[in-house]
Ligand binder design. Sequence first.
Ligand SMILES: Cc1cc2nc3c(=O)[nH]c(=O)nc-3n(C[C@H](O)[C@H](O)[C@H](O)COP(=O)(O)OP(=O)(O)OC[C@H]3O[C@@H](n4cnc5c(N)ncnc54)[C@H](O)[C@@H]3O)c2cc1C
Length: 462
Amino acid sequence: MPERIGYFAGKQGTLAGRATKRIKVIGGGLAGPEAALQAAKFGCEVDLFEMRPTRSTEAHQTSDFAELVCSNSLKSESENTAPWLLKQEMRRAGSILLAEADAAAVPAGHALAVDRVEFSRRVAERIAAEPRITVHREEVTRLDETDPDVITILASGPLTSPVLAAELQRLTGSDYLAFYDSISPIVDASTINMERVYFAARYDKGTADYINCPFTKEEYDAFLDALTGAENVESKEWEKLQYFEGCLPIEETARRGRDTLRFGPMKPVGLTDPKTGRWPYAVVQLRQENLRADSYNLVGFQNHLKFGEQNRVLKLIPGLENATFLRYGQIHRNTYINAPTLLTETLQLKAHPSVMIAGQLSGVEGYTESIASGMLAGRYAAALAHGNTPTPAPRASANGSLTHYITHAEGKKFQPANITFDLLIPLEEELRKKIRDKKERHRIQCDRALEAWGEWLDSQRN
Ligand SMILES: Cc1cc2nc3c(=O)[nH]c(=O)nc-3n(C[C@H](O)[C@H](O)[C@H](O)COP(=O)(O)OP(=O)(O)OC[C@H]3O[C@@H](n4cnc5c(N)ncnc54)[C@H](O)[C@@H]3O)c2cc1C
């Protein structure tokens, strides 16, 4: 029988009473094993499903649990940075994968980097040593949203198998599952040549929020030639993308005909240039990126070009001759749900509360963020399995801020996110004005977050 130790107590902690539901965790990457180990730690019986090696993804190389598919870094350990804060909270809550990452650390300056083989080996050992976890090496193709005895944690990641993705679409509706991240370039506003561009709303409808970069025919032709002749990022096998019409890279659209861009993302109609009193031959529109208005994104300019090529070609856009790009365009496969529409703050599907989503699939981005979300999902699931109502992580903490972002961001423009200070509660205006030093402001935000996190952990104990 589980002991009566606190819900969020340390390694030995379990919820009081017997769990009446089994927990099914789908995915043996980062979020899944953490969720499974947490739920087991709190007295639940867990079935952990991983499809590798029977079926692999385009990025995984092994059949190991917790495989790091690319870099071996779990980001900064510098005190009072946002990734450090997230990890500190996870350590205080007893994240098992993070403890194993700490144990498998290799020297990496101010970052936590791990020996990936050792890390996976340690996670596998933890799973094998947990009698409450049963491992199933098989592809899950159906979700049991109506089974009253099962709580499902779906942690099948950015490369969720197509059959399971289709099954998730059945539950969520097809409009709420994204398959690609398509990112438009962002330009530093102070480097735009404002002499050559103009603010306007199409047909003067609404406010003139967009900056328009007008092209003559000659400029358009030169731009088109450069764009279609530019070098693409070399596609690795897993990156060979089947583009959707709504998310074509700009260079792909350009190749479909010399006027395709002018009738598509570079459409000039209704955008009268005040200098000529006429519509230009084509335009590129820039949309304000943040409240400070110090950066703008190039609307519809997601692309798959090499960064150096983007820098060369995008500078042919009138007004951007001397631009500094803060981010270049990208497109890569990434399956994730529209969490603001679908998820509760305890990571349950609103329409099917017995199904929870964790890891990258839920709209968080990054290894550590995925483990963090698995940690929360495992604990929330354990609470549900014991017949309790889980209490969401506090908004003031880094964990709570990440969940707050994915569940409260604007649904239409939702993009996955790493933990950053932008997601945390900002300091009061007065304090911000008083404290000019950014590092000091971050220190205060971290102190507040850790305090809120500690109170929340304490409040969870019986
Ligand atoms: C190519 C690539 C490179 C990345 N590089 C980095 C990086 O360098 N740094 C970083 O911080 N983040 C990176 N990320 C983002 C992210 O952090 C990782 O994808 C991370 O592994 C996500 O963790 P997860 O647990 O959500 O998913 P995963 O770690 O992918 O785990 C999901 C698991 O579910 C399994 N699965 C899928 N479908 C099924 C099914 N139907 N049945 C059973 N099992 C299934 C998969 O085999 C996989 O093991 C990268 C992502 C990709 C795609």
